[in-house]
Design a protein around this ligand. Structure first.
Ligand code: SAH
Length: 248
C-alpha cells in the first residue's frame, strides 16, 4: 500500500514509522510512506499556507489553494488516492474505518494545523475523521494513528507472534479483548486464573469469551449486543451492570 501525508511538518512522521513493527513492515515493503511538505504548493516568497478567517475571530486558517493544488498534483501521479482529512468535527475513527482503509491501494492523509482549514477543502475528502472528542494542535498524530492501525492489518505487517484477528473491536466478536497474563503465575499476591494454567484449550477459550464479555460490559457497555450472547454471558452483563449502577 502507498500512503502519503500532506503536512507542514513532514519531519515528524519518519521517527515513528521507522521504529519497531512499523519500521520492519516499511522496510519489508508492506507499505510505502511519503510525507509531502504543503509549502511546496505555495507561490509566495514566505511559503504562506495560512490566512486570517473571514468574519473575524482568533487564529489563522489553512488557505484553500495550496491544499487543492497539492491534492490535484498528487492525484494525477499514479492511481487516484483515497483522500482523508482530519477534524474534531469528523466521523469518529474506529477499527471498522481502519479495515475499510486497509483495502485501498493508495491513501492521502491531509493534516490540518492552526485553527483548522478553509471549509471548501473538505470537498476533496473521501473521509473526514476525528480521533476523539478533544482538540490536537494538528492532524499529524491523527494521521499516524491511521497509518499504524491500517498497516497492522496488512498481510505481513505483524510477525507470526502477533495477530490482528481476535483483538478488541475485531468484527468476529465486536467485544473488547479478554484479560491476558504472562509469567510469573503469582505476583504481589495476585494470581493468574487457574484455568489459564490448566492446558485445557476448550476451558481456556470459554474463560476468554466470558472475560471479553465481562470487560466489555464494564468499560464499553455501548458495544454489547445482547442478541449475540447466551444465558451465561447475559448473566455476566447483568451482574456487571448491577455493580456499575451501585458504584455511581
Ligand atoms: N478549530 C478547530 C480545531 C482545529 S485543530 C475546531 O474547533 O474544530 C487543528 C487541526 O488539528 C485540525 O484541522 C485537524 O487536522 C487536527 N485535529 C485536531 N483535533 C483533532 C481530532 N480530535 N481528530 C482529528 N484531527 C484533529
Amino acid at each position: 500500500m502507498r500512503i502519503e501525508a500532506l503536512t507542514v511538518i513532514p519531519e515528524v512522521f519518519d521517527p515513528y514509522l521507522d521504529a519497531s513493527i512499523m519500521g520492519r513492515a516499511r522496510r519489508a515493503g508492506v507499505f510505502e510512506f511519503v510525507a509531502h511538505d504543503l509549502r511546496k504548493w505555495t507561490h509566495d516568497r514566505h511559503h504562506t499556507v495560512d490566512d486570517a478567517p473571514f468574519g473575524g475571530g482568533q487564529g489563522m486558517l489553512m488557505k484553500p489553494a495550496p491544499v487543492f493544488e497539492a491534492v490535484d498534483d498528487l492525484s494525477s501521479d499514479g492511481p487516484r488516492p483515497h483522500v482523508v482529512f482530519f477534524s474534531p468535527c469528523g466521523r469518529p475513527y474506529d477499527q471498522r474505518c481502519a479495515e475499510r482503509l486497509s483495502r485501498e491501494e493508495r491513501l492521502l492523509l491531509v493534516c490540518g494545523r492552526y485553527e483548522g482549514m478553509d471549509e471548501r477543502v473538505y470537498t476533496l475528502a473521501d473521509d473526514v475523521f476525528s480521533l476523539g472528542d478533544y482538540v490536537l494542535t494538528g492532524g499529524e498524530l491523527a494521521a499516524l494513528a491511521v497509518v499504524d492501525s491500517v498497516v497492522r492489518l496488512l498481510p505481513g505487517a505483524l510477525g507470526d507472534e502477533m495477530s490482528a484477528v481476535d483483538e478488541s473491536f475485531s468484527p468476529q466478536t465486536g467485544l473488547l479483548e479478554y484479560a491476558q497474563y504472562t509469567r510469573p503465575a503469582s505476583y504481589r499476591g495476585m494470581d493468574v486464573p487457574d484455568v489459564l494454567l490448566s492446558g485445557d484449550h476448550a476451558r481456556v477459550d470459554r474463560w476468554r469469551r466470558l472475560s471479553s464479555v465481562e470487560r466489555t460490559a464494564r468499560w464499553r457497555p455501548d458495544l454489547i449486543d445482547e442478541g449475540a450472547l447466551d444465558e451465561e454471558e447475559l448473566a455476566i452483563v447483568r451482574s456487571v451492570g448491577y455493580e456499575a449502577s451501585r458504584g455511581e
